[in-house]
Design a protein around this ligand. Structure first.
Ligand code: HEC
Length: 172
C-alpha cells in the first residue's frame, strides 16, 4: 500500500518542479524580451521607414534612415543633443539650465511654427513653411531671415528628412 503513495508523492514533486521550471522560463523570457525588441516601430529591418517614423527617429535619436548619426554643429556639451532633448519630447520648448545660466528653446510643433509669431519687441515673424523650416535647420536662419542663436544646431539634412520632421511635428 505504501508503494503507490510514494510514487504519487514523487509524481507531485515532479509536477511542482516542472511548473516551477515553466514559471522561471516565462520570467526569463519576459525579462529578456524588451532588450531584443526594436527601439521604436521604425527600427525594424523590415522595409523602408514611413516619413512619420523617420521624423520621429530624427527628432528623438538624431539618427537617419540607416541608423547613422546625422552630422550637426556642436554647442558646448550639447554636441550630441537631439531635437527632443533641447525642445522637449512634446516639442513645446523648454528651459535648459547650463552651468550658471540657462536658455529657452521655442515651441516647434508644426501648429505653432505655421502661425505668424509675435516677437517680444513687437515685430511679427512670418509663419514657417517647408522651405524656411529647412533653412532654419540647415543654415540657422529663422522665418524672418534673422540668425538663430548658437544653441540651435545646424543639421545636415536631406529634403526627405526635413519633410519627415514636418510630418512628425504635425502630430505634436
Ligand atoms: C542644443 C539644443 C538644440 C537642439 C539639439 C535643437 N535645437 Fe532647435 N533651437 C534651439 C534654440 C535655443 C533655439 C532658439 C534660437 C533662437 O531663438 O535664436 C532653437 C530654434 C529652433 C527653430 C526656430 C523656431 C522659431 O520660432 O523661429 C526650429 C524650427 C528648431 N529649433 C527646430 C529644431 C529641430 C527640428 C531640431 C532637431 C533636428 C532642433 N531644433 C535641435 C535649441 C536646439
Amino acid at each position: 500500500m505504501n508503494e503507490p503513495r510514494r510514487w504519487s508523492r514523487q509524481a507531485t514533486l515532479g509536477v511542482v518542479l516542472i511548473a516551477a521550471g515553466v514559471v522561471i522560463g516565462v520570467v526569463i523570457l519576459v525579462l529578456t524580451l524588451p532588450q531584443n525588441a526594436p527601439l521604436s516601430p521604425g527600427t525594424t529591418s523590415a522595409g523602408p521607414l514611413t516619413p512619420l517614423a523617420l521624423g520621429e527617429r530624427i527628432f528623438t535619436t538624431g539618427r537617419d534612415e540607416n541608423g547613422r548619426t546625422i552630422p550637426r554643429s556642436a554647442f558646448m556639451m550639447f554636441a550630441g543633443a537631439t531635437c527632443a532633448q533641447c525642445h522637449g519630447s512634446d516639442a513645446k520648448g523648454r528651459t535648459i539650465r547650463i552651468m550658471m545660466g540657462s536658455f529657452d528653446t521655442p515651441d516647434i510643433r508644426w501648429s505653432t511654427l505655421s502661425q505668424p509669431m509675435l516677437e517680444p519687441e513687437g515685430e511679427i515673424e512670418p509663419p514657417y513653411d517647408a522651405r524656411t523650416f529647412a533653412r532654419a535647420l540647415t543654415q540657422g536662419i529663422d522665418s524672418a531671415g534673422g540668425a538663430l542663436n548658437a544653441p540651435m544646431s545646424r543639421w545636415d539634412l536631406t529634403l526627405a528628412q526635413v519633410e519627415a520632421l514636418i510630418a512628425f511635428l504635425k502630430t505634436k
